[in-house]
Design a binder for this molecule. Structure first.
Ligand code: F6P
Length: 543
């Protein structure tokens, strides 16, 4: 039985008291082996976590927290196909989608590996036929563009991955439409030719309003250009709701299914990955899956103190629960990971943005942090001021490749130097003596020094992890995403929340449905609060 969460987290308090006034620059000065102690390799990924506010005893206590929470037991139950998503009574088995081993994957008494392999094979056949021009549009022209219509997990994963792997894109260009804001689909369609465009309607439920609205608009656009009969040649669907796909008019051999044990935000590995496969080809997609599998095997087998997802999760909990830091920044020094933070926002915040325990009781501790970020170096010229000198502390993950895809002299070296410099600056800071020396060297008078000095101080002691990899290729990206998925799992287990439901998104959907007739003017808004009534009135006045 896991220990009570609050008691478990409280075991970290004495470590915090011991370390709260210790500066990391002193820890580095006093221990030349710190980097070796607090870094590790897992498959494609190298993690330096030495710039964190821990020492060996504190790290050992963090590991104890995971042990006391029985995280490994929950992990094994997940892998065994148990219904750990208790509020939806479902298994959580996205790892099955990227498992190439020989063991059966049992869910509800059935080995699902054959079904997984069958869908993957069907995706491969279809994707390669589109890419080679074997399957064409209704007028015989080659498909050059695919438009994925989906939202949340049916958009963020594939959109992020296609962007991250743009050097591998060939034959087919992938576009992504998600927002119900008509601007999204209008802008996407503006540059497209219906004859050479394939729409993929991606929706686990096939009921999501934004997606169905966009899908119907796309259908009308295509019908208007090529006639009703052309629709079936220009649409495919990815869903667990196969009947609804057929009802929409999609041919059965273009419907790619998945299962209720794949959460939306964990679905990029499933049929939802079809736009990725179309863009980068089936072999690259398989390498992406294999990268995730490699991280899965590490997560399933490495001891906690050498387990990368566990380590990131425990450090996150250390800052969230003990230091009370409420946000976590993910800063890729990798331009093509421009949507990685947005992707992680759903993965992490929809999973662990919870206040009710698995038991149904309210939590009495903080849970998921706000996750955010932008690629470096752009962020440096925007919000890093606050990261270095703001009143709050923001733990950071830096992500960086050793090699670029481009051969452009010094670009990559400069990028890497900036990345490493930022983690160094956050850790070291700049103290009074250093600022004074600098100002004296710049010829400032004593009065000028006294005025400027406080503004130029950097507190330092600000934590960061650095994840370094050889190159952002499909396999590495697969590992990276799986790393964060498992980190989120471990944190959810420590906080005792169900990371696999998302009831918090429902209320807004319900109210939007109720408000639509008031916004269209079919009904009055009198039953609503005065602000909502006022907004509806003001909206009509502006029309
Ligand atoms: O509203 C949230 C959500 O349910 C996400 O969890 C999901 O990824 C997204 O909507 C899209 O759902 P669907 O794939 O069923 O259209």
């Amino acid at each position: 039985m896991p220990t009570n969460v609050a008691d478990n987290l409280a075991t970290l308090k004495p470590e915090y008291e011991r370390l709260k006034n210790v500066h990391m620059r002193d820890m580095f000065r006093d221990d030349s082996g710190r980097f070796d102690k607090f870094s590790l390799q897992a498959g494609e990924l190298f993690l330096d976590f030495s710039k964190n506010r821990i020492d060996e005893p504190a790290f050992a206590k963090l590991v104890d927290v995971a042990k006391a929470a029985d995280v490994e037991a929950l992990r094994d139950r997940m892998w065994a196909g148990e219904h750990i998503n208790i509020t939806e009574d479902r298994a959580v088995q996205h790892m099955a989608l990227r498992y190439f081993g020989a063991e059966p994957i049992i869910i509800d008494g059935e080995d699902v590996s054959k079904d997984v392999a069958a869908v993957l094979a069907a995706m491969r056949t279809f994707a390669e036929a589109i890419r080679s021009g074997e399957i064409n549009g209704s007028t015989g022209k080659k498909i050059t563009d695919v438009v994925n219509i989906g939202i949340g997990g049916s958009d963020l994963g594939p959109a992020m991955v296609v962007r991250a792997l743009s050097p591998y894109v060939s034959e087919v260009k992938a576009h992504f439409v998600s927002n119900v804001d008509g601007a999204d689909i209008a802008d996407a369609l503006a540059s497209l030719n219906p004859e050479t465009t394939l729409f993929i309607v991606a929706s686990k439920t096939f009921t999501t309003d934004e997606t169905m609205t966009n899908a119907n608009t796309a259908k009308t656009w295509l019908q208007n250009a090529l006639g009703e009969a052309a629709v079936s040649d220009h649409f495919a669907a990815l869903s667990t709701n196969l009947d609804a796909c057929a009802a929409f008019g999609i041919k059965s051999d273009r419907i790619f299914g998945f299962w209720d044990w794949v959460g939306g935000r964990y679905s990029v590995w499933s049929a939802i990955g079809l736009p990725v496969m179309l863009a980068i080809g089936a072999d690259n997609f398989e390498a992406f899956l294999r990268g995730a599998e490699e991280m899965d095997q590490h997560f399933l087998s490495a001891p906690i103190d050498q387990n990368m997802p566990f380590i990131l999760a425990l450090l996150g909990a250390w800052y969230r629960n003990i230091f009370d830091y409420s946000t976590h920044a993910v800063l890729p020094y990798d331009q093509r990971l421009g949507r990685f933070a947005a992707y992680l926002q759903q993965q992490d915040m929809e999973s662990n943005g919870k206040q009710i325990q698995r038991s149904g009781e309210k939590v009495d501790w903080e849970t998921g942090p706000i996750v955010w970020g932008e690629p470096g170096t752009n962020g440096q010229h925007a919000f890093y001021q606050l990261i270095h000198q703001g009143t709050g502390v923001i733990p950071v993950d830096f992500l960086v490749a050793a090699n670029a895809h481009e051969d452009l002299p010094l670009h990559h070296e400069k990028l890497v130097a900036n990345c490493f410099a930022q983690s160094e600056a956050l850790m070291l800071g700049k103290n009074e003596a250093e600022v004074r020396t600098e100002l004296q060297a710049a010829g400032k008078t004593e009065t000028e020094i006294a005025d400027l000095l406080p503004h130029k101080l950097f507190p330092g002691n600000r934590p960061s992890n650095t994840i370094l990899y050889k190159k952002l290729d499909p396999k590495t990206l697969g590992s990276l995403i799986a790393l964060y998925e498992h980190k989120v799992f471990v944190q959810g287990a420590i906080w005792n929340v169900n990371s696999y439901d998302q009831w918090g998104v429902e209320l807004g959907k319900q109210l939007a449905k109720a408000l639509l007739p008031k916004v269209t003017g079919e009904e009055d808004a009198d039953s609503h609060d005065s602000s909502t009534q006022g907004l509806v009135k003001a909206f009509h006045a502006l029309r």
